[in-house]
Design a protein around this ligand. Structure first.
Ligand code: NAD
Length: 333
C-alpha cells in the first residue's frame, strides 16, 4: 500500500482532493498533516474514515522528520499554505513562514528520508515523488489579451504570490540539485463546495442570502479564470501519476469572468432559486480596491491537455449551480 503525505488536507482544495482521491484509489493510505488554522476544518473530511490525521505545522522540523520515518512516506502532495491574498497584505510574515519555510522543511525532509546523497536515492525510494500545489498568481498580471503558459516569467505582485513563487523556486532547486522527483501544478482560481467563507464566491452567496451588500473591489473589472475544484483534483491526479519530473503544468478552467460579471451571474441564479421582490443584483456594491490588485489572470492549459489528456469537464454555469446549492444548504440549513 502506497503511503502518501497530504499537507493541508482539511482546507478547501485538500479536503476535496482527499474525498476524490480515496474514492478512486482505495489502495492508497493517506496521512493528512494540517495545522487546523482558521482555514482548516475537519468537518470537510467527515465522510472519510480510512486515513490518518495529524494536527501539526509543516514548519515543525522534528514532527515532519518523524512522520516520514513513522509512516514510511513514499509521496507527498503539498497543499498546505496561507492562501488568502487580503490576509497576505495584512500579515505577510505568516505567508513567508508557512509557504516558503514550510515548503522548504517538507522538501528537505523528503530528501533526507529518500536519498543517501544528491541524485542517489535509497533502495526502495527510487520512485518517491513530491507534488507541489501552486498558483497562476506567480506569473503576475496580464493585460487585455494573452495567457499564462508554463514558460511565462514569474512576476508575483502580492506577498501571497511572492511566497508561493519562492516555494516553487525551492521545488525547482530540489529537483536540480538533489534529484528529488518533483511535480508541480499551477492552477487558476478554484471554486466549489467547502471553500472558506472569506473567499469571493462564498461571500457573494452569503451576503446575497443575508440581505447584505455584496462587496466588489474597485470597478469590478478584474478578470479571473474559474476552475471547478473537482476538475482541479482530476488534474492533480493525472500529473501525480505521470513521470514529468521537474516540470510544471498549468491547470485552468477556461472560464474567464470579471468579478462583476461573476457576481451578476450568481445573483441571477439566486433570483431563480430564491426569488424576492428585488433582484439580488441590487445588493452589489463597489468598495475600495485591494492594494496592488492584479488585473487579469488567464491560463493556457494546452500542455496538460496535450501530454496528459486533461481538460476541464465542468462549465461555469453547472459548477456555479452546484456551488450555490452547497452554500444554500450551509447558510440556510
Ligand atoms: P485553504 O486556505 O482553504 O487551506 C489551507 C489548509 O492548510 C488549511 O487546512 C490550513 O489549516 C492548512 N495550513 C495552513 N498553514 C499550515 C501549516 N503551517 N501547517 C500545516 N497546515 C497548514 O487553501 P486552499 O484554497 O485549499 O489552497 C490549497 C493550495 O492550493 C494552496 O497551496 C494554495 O496556494 C493553492 N491554490 C489555491 C487556489 C484557490 O483558488 N483556492 C488557487 C491556486 C492555488
Amino acid at each position: 500500500m502506497k503511503h502518501i503525505l497530504i499537507t493541508g488536507g482539511a482546507g478547501f482544495i485538500g479536503s476535496n482532493f482527499i474525498n476524490y482521491f480515496l474514492r478512486k484509489y482505495p489502495q492508497y493510505f493517506l496521512i493528512n498533516l494540517d495545522l487546523l488554522t482558521y482555514a482548516g476544518d475537519l468537518a470537510n473530511l467527515k465522510d472519510i474514515e480510512s486515513y490518518a490525521f495529524i494536527e501539526g505545522n509543516i514548519c515543525d522540523e522534528g514532527l515532519v522528520k518523524d512522520i516520514f520515518a513513522r509512516y514510511n512516506i513514499e509521496a507527498v502532495i503539498h497543499f498546505a499554505a496561507e492562501s488568502h491574498v487580503d490576509n497576505s497584505i495584512a500579515t505577510p510574515s505568516k505567508f513567508v513562514q508557512t509557504n516558503v519555510n514550510g515548503t522548504f522543511n517538507l522538501l528537505h525532509n523528503a530528501y533526507l528520508s529518500w536519498f543517501n546523497a544528491p541524485h542517489c536515492p535509497k533502495s526502495g525510494k527510487e520512485n518517491a515523488v513530491f507534488h507541489h500545489i501552486s498558483t497562476d498568481e506567480v506569473y503576475g498580471s496580464l493585460g487585455e489579451s494573452g495567457y499564462f503558459t508554463e514558460s511565462t516569467p514569474y512576476a508575483p505582485n502580492s506577498p501571497y504570490s511572492a511566497s508561493k513563487a519562492g516555494s516553487d523556486m525551492l521545488v525547482r532547486a530540489y529537483f536540480h540539485t538533489y534529484g528529488l522527483k518533483t511535480l508541480m501544478t499551477n492552477c487558476s482560481n478554484n471554486y466549489g463546495p467547502k471553500q472558506h467563507d472569506e473567499k469571493l464566491i462564498p461571500t457573494i452567496i452569503r451576503n446575497a442570502l443575508q440581505g447584505k451588500s455584496i462587496p466588489i473591489y474597485g470597478d469590478g473589472k478584474n478578470v479571473r479564470d474559474w476552475l471547478f475544484v473537482k476538475d482541479h483534483c482530476r488534474g492533480i491526479d493525472v500529473v501525480f501519476h505521470s513521470c514529468y519530473f521537474g516540470e510544471s503544468f498549468n491547470i485552468g478552467g477556461g472560464n474567464e469572468k470579471s468579478n462583476i460579471e461573476l457576481a451578476q451571474m450568481i445573483c441571477k441564479v439566486l433570483d431563480e432559486k430564491y426569488p424576492k421582490e428585488t433582484s439580488y443584483k441590487e445588493q452589489i456594491t463597489f468598495v475600495q480596491d485591494r492594494a496592488g490588485h492584479d488585473r487579469r489572470y488567464a491560463i493556457d492549459f494546452s500542455k496538460i491537455h496535450k501530454f496528459l489528456d486533461w481538460k476541464p469537464s465542468e462549465s461555469l454555469e453547472s459548477g456555479i449551480a452546484q456551488t450555490i446549492d452547497w452554500y444554500i444548504h450551509k447558510y440556510r440549513g
